[in-house]
Design a protein around this ligand. Sequence first.
Ligand code: GRF
Length: 202
Amino acid sequence: CRVLALISGNGSNLQAIIDHSQPKANYQVVGVISNKEDAYGLTRATDAGIATQCVNSISGETREAYDQRLIAAIDSYQPDLIVLAGFMRILTNELVEKYAGKMLNVHPSLLPRHTGLHTHQKAIDAGDSEHGASVHFVIPELDAGPVVLQAKVPVFEDDSAALLAARVHEQEHAIYPLVVKWFALGRLVMRQRQAYLDGELL
Ligand code: GRF
């Protein structure tokens, strides 16, 4: 399974996905695209011998025009699966529909709780006793695609957003490669906006 990652930053999830890849047994990361030239994840990819590309946004460019260029970049890798790994741009419906059922994301909350940004602070402010991470298929509505796998962490009384984020990140690194592997093995599919693992509705 040819996996392409889209990143904007540190790329710790990308690293976890690279570290669990087994080109002969399940999947290989064939490319990494960033919208930021200084994304540390690009260095991680280069160190792992993976091709990289930066698709910079041009000032004044529409979202549609950017996504057309992004689609061209994506298709140049002929991926079977696209993983969003801290890609901090909202994608057009057209792009998402084009890759429906072939695009995953990791979101730092127990969806459907806390969509959008600053999820760790939101969990603290809401007084949640547990928080976590979700891997889900991507659909046009933001952070609303069918959830495949979640991992929970406790929220402690004196938690800070940074401490909580570190706890959640560790879980992301465990669950995201596992879901990628399920997809690569053909065990995971999305049909009519619902996720199935081994034929069972999740
Ligand atoms: C993660 O917290 C992920 O949930 C969110 O963006 C962050 C990316 O972190 N979508 P990294 O670049 O993988 O370290």
